[in-house]
Design a protein around this ligand. Structure first.
Ligand SMILES: Cc1cc2nc3c(=O)[nH]c(=O)nc-3n(C[C@H](O)[C@H](O)[C@H](O)COP(=O)(O)OP(=O)(O)OC[C@H]3O[C@@H](n4cnc5c(N)ncnc54)[C@H](O)[C@@H]3O)c2cc1C
Length: 391
């Protein structure tokens, strides 16, 4: 059973503690780490369950559109992701994507867009996706080639997006494309594209080590009305980065959930596995590992809830969110690896909890900015802070 003393840290309020308790109880009753082999069906079902239970209300901002609050509460998002991740990686994924996929609309959408899209997302009636990456533009987002050319009251979209979570099952996709107002990052706009729009196809479904819906998207003379642009023309990079600033911290929280589950599993294993006339936990080598795992988790949690709290105070958290994501995902990988090692052969048996966690954590060190990208962000911010003031 996880140590929950972190819930008493000053970053969190009594409402946060109450929410974690209610969700944890709900998750124990309703979620299982094992899913149908059909990840699409499992994901649809989880969105339905999370929507019916009201949890998706926290993934969007705007009480008028079905949100729990007017402004997304980052600490709530983090607590929900951490708790869901402890119980089911796919449930965490389903929750996170509703938020990430509709985040641009919450933050920059028109009144009409908010009314049309946010309510069904918050209820679990519509599934959302966020389409930024391309085959030749992953870490280097500004290299994107997908373009949208205005033609009267429409934009005509051509190009590809890849690694798109919920690709193939989503009802709406927030797509970023080059609109050419300026070179590089300043010439990009965001659009919402409905599933089924003519000229929009799922070109390929992609299988990954921890199965979830993932696809490459193709746009061929795909016409969408100008009213589907999210935010101002040329501001798409800002839209994408602001959305990621909210959800990047929550990737750290999901990693924490996986790490806490791994530590729970390791504790149970270490204290029950008999060898050489005692238990695995009696060996100091094991104790050193357990100490390192617990300390890493607390350090990552402090960075995560610091970033979430700071954002909820209305502060800029580019550096803090990057520190949290970098530390929590890398730490979780080490914690899970150490836990798996304690299970010996059993650790690599398919669908054992630690084997599943080992597969689930891996992509978190890559998406929403790989570890190296987080390091660059942190260093850039440090150097900016250190630069002499211009006179
Ligand atoms: C499971 C999964 C789900 C995803 N879901 C989505 C989604 O829903 N929407 C979306 O838009 N994208 C999504 N992505 C894409 C993800 O954001 C990209 O994979 C990521 O940005 C890395 O881009 P890339 O794969 O092209 O790798 P590359 O950009 O080719 O980078 C490869 C590696 O190079 C290293 N690297 C990068 N930059 C530097 C540097 N400056 N210096 C040194 N090393 C560096 C990193 O280790 C990186 O992993 C998803 C990816 C995965 C794996």
């Amino acid at each position: 059973m996880s140590d929950k003393s972190y819930l008493n840290w000053p970053f969190l309020s009594p409402q946060h503690r109450e929410l974690e308790h209610t969700l944890d109880t709900w998750a124990r009753e309703h979620l299982s780490p094992h899913h149908d082999n059909d990840a699409d069906a499992a994901c649809r079902q989880l969105v339905r369950q999370l929507g019916d239970a009201g949890w998706l209300q926290h993934a969007i901002g705007g009480a008028a559109y079905g949100g729990a609050t007017d402004v997304i509460d980052t600490r709530t998002i983090c607590l929900i992701r951490e708790t869901l991740a402890r119980h089911s990686g796919l449930a965490d994924f389903a929750f996170a994507m509703q938020g990430l996929g509709s985040g641009a609309i919450t933050l920059f959408g028109s009144e009409t867009q908010k009314q049309h899209y946010l309510t069904p997302v918050a209820r679990g009636d519509a599934i959302a996706a966020f389409a930024l990456s391309e085959p030749e533009a992953g870490s280097d987002v500004a290299a994107m080639q997908c373009e949208a050319v205005q033609d009267g009251d429409d934009y005509v979209l051509n190009g590809e997006k890849t690694w798109i979570s919920n690709g193939g099952i989503a009802d709406l996709y927030v797509v970023f494309a080059r609109t050419g107002e300026a070179p590089g990052a300043r010439g990009i706009s965001a659009f919402v594209v409905d599933d089924g729009t003519a000229g929009f196809d799922i070109a390929e479904r992609i299988d990954v080590i921890a199965p979830h819906p993932l696809a490459r998207l193709k746009f061929t003379d795909c016409r969408i009305p100008v009213s589907n642009r999210v935010g101002a023309a040329g501001q798409g990079f800002k839209v994408a980065m602001a959305t990621l600033d909210v959800f990047r911290t929550s990737v750290a929280a999901a990693a924490l959930g996986f790490a806490r589950r791994a530590l729970d599993e390791a504790m149970t294993r270490a204290t029950t596995r008999k060898m050489f006339g005692q238990t695995l936990a009696d060996f100091q080598l094991t104790q050193a590992k357990l100490a390192q795992m617990a300390t890493g988790i607390d350090a990552a949690a402090l960075l995560t809830y610091r970033a979430a709290w700071q954002r909820d105070q209305g502060e800029r958290v580019t550096k803090e969110a990057a520190m949290a994501k970098l530390t929590a995902t890398e730490t979780a990988q080490q914690v899970i690896d150490a836990a798996l090692q304690m299970f010996g052969g059993l650790g690599v048996v398919s669908e054992q909890p630690v084997e599943r966690l080992y597969r689930e954590i891996r992509a978190l060190r890559i998406y929403e900015g790989a570890t190296e990208v987080q390091q660059l962000i942190i260093a850039r911010e440090l150097l900016r802070e250190h630069a002499p003031a211009k006179t």
